[in-house]
Design a protein around this ligand. Structure first.
Ligand code: GUN
Ligand code: FE
Length: 423
């Protein structure tokens, strides 16, 4: 089925600049972009047009790192750094997800919120619990949004009330993979060792095997905080760097791999990421709130490492990828100022590219309006912000800096209009 969308189209095929098509047309066939036109060819003139008039049409937002299970804690518990933050706040909260009534309450609020904020695809951590993780997978399938959902693996160095046995951790993970890997084209499982310290060597090795046996992607945390990195050195003294721990167990690029933070990655670790095609997820709000290292994103760009953005709730305090883009630009300006302007800060088009096409690459052809890309889009009604002679790029910039969900009129995933989820 062909659909034609009309409006002010902005997207970033490359990080260098926006493609801007005022009052243009996007031709969508079976959920995929066929072409983008300034002038609609004669042959399509009789087809119905979904006319968004002066509104903006931009790609949907791709959040590559987020803890759905930490949604209750968003905007609180900001007074501790990473490891005590986990022990005091996060683990006790995640333990509650053994109760599927509680998990349903939180997960439904979570999915509604990310829908509201214009996130059309997301990669999330659930918790160690199998039932509530499957519930989250089912809820995402119902919502129409795209998601990778990870049952968290933790069998080591964590409190009893949240620690699994290695056997259960592996068995439950495999069961979820078998049940969900072919159930939905948009919602899939992802292997999720919480981070190296919380998994035994045996479990890391088995998870690596599992990822390759089923061709399932992997996500984890990497080089986020100094004490964490020191701990990993003590636990894995033979590894060349923190990333090398995952590498040794087949969890670093053997299948598509996301590593969140990488704020304090060494040159060696960055080279390992590049070599193994590992995608680094920049989580600027979380790095600021949990007092971890700030990520020198320009270095990652210069090395040619793939990048995406993550809200990292509840280390991060905002589910909005628009706001996360602003923080990414602002933190890059700290490096710019501190490097005597040697490290360029992010431009609008660069950060937009990372939030859309960069992050979208993890889901396939997602995050752009080039031919063959899934039509994931947001319709932005920025009338209130657009009261003078702003250009289209300025309008988008102002929406990103000043706007919120009130300006997001519609959300599309694979050409389908996604209504507010009701559970
Ligand atoms: N490292 C291990 N677990 C977590 C978590 O839940 N949040 C963050 N920010 N870092 C982690
Ligand atoms: Fe995280």
């Amino acid at each position: 089925m062909i659909k034609i969308f009309k409006g002010n189209i902005l997207f970033t095929p490359t990080p260098e600049k926006f493609t801007v098509i005022p009052h243009g047309y996007i031709l969508v066939s079976a959920g995929k972009v066929k072409a983008v036109y300034q002038k609609l060819p004669e042959e399509y003139k009789n087809l119905e047009i979904i006319d968004y008039q002066d509104k903006l049409i931009i790609p949907g937002m791709n959040d590559l790192h987020c803890h759905a299970s930490q949604y209750k804690h968003v905007g609180m518990a900001m007074d501790k750094e990473l490891l005590p933050w986990l022990e005091n706040y996060t683990f006790p909260e995640e333990a509650k997800f053994r109760d599927i009534k509680y998990s349903k309450l939180i997960y439904q609020k979570f999915i509604k919120e990310i829908w509201k904020q214009g996130t059309t695809r997301i990669v999330v951590f659930a918790t160690v619990h199998k039932e509530s993780t499957m519930q989250l997978l089912n809820m995402f399938i119902e919502s129409g949004l795209g998601a990778y959902v990870g049952k968290v693996n933790m069998d080591n160095n964590c409190p009893d009330y949240i620690c699994e046995t290695s056997e259960d951790s592996l068995k439950d993970t495999e069961e979820i993979i078998i049940k969900y890997r072919n159930k939905s084209s948009l919602v899939k499982p992802i292997i999720t060792p919480r981070f190296a310290p919380s998994c035994s060597k045996g479990l890391l090795a088995e998870l690596g095997n599992l990822s390759q046996k089923y061709g399932v992607p992997v996500q984890s945390h990497l080089s986020e905080n100094r004490n964490e990195i020191q701990w990993v050195k003590e636990l894995f003294p033979k590894a060349g760097c923190y990333g090398d721990v995952y590498k040794q167990y087949g969890l670093f690029g053997a299948t598509p791999t996301l590593m969140a933070h990488c704020s304090l990655s060494t040159e060696e670790e960055m080279a390992l990421m590049k070599k193994n095609n590992v995608l680094a997820v920049h989580c600027p709000t979380s790095n600021l709130n949990v007092g971890s290292g700030l990520m020198p994103i320009r270095k990652f760009i210069n090395q040619g490492i793939k990048l995406g953005l993550g809200s990292d709730l509840s280390g991060g305090h905002t589910p909005s990828l628009m706001k996360t883009m602003v923080y990414a630009i602002q933190t890059s300006k700290i490096f710019w100022a501190n490097s005597d302007k040697q490290m360029d800060f992010l431009t609008n088009s660069e950060v937009f590219y990372i939030a859309t096409k960069g992050g979208g690459s993890f889901f396939g052809k997602v995050g752009s309006f080039e031919e063959g890309y899934d039509f994931d889009a947001l319709i932005i009604d920025d009338g209130e912000l657009n009261y003078l002679d702003y250009t289209l790029e300025e309008r988008l910039e102002r929406f990103i800096y000043l706007g919120d969900d009130r300006q997001i009129l519609h959300r599309y995933v694979c050409g389908n209009l996604i209504k507010e989820p009701v559970f």
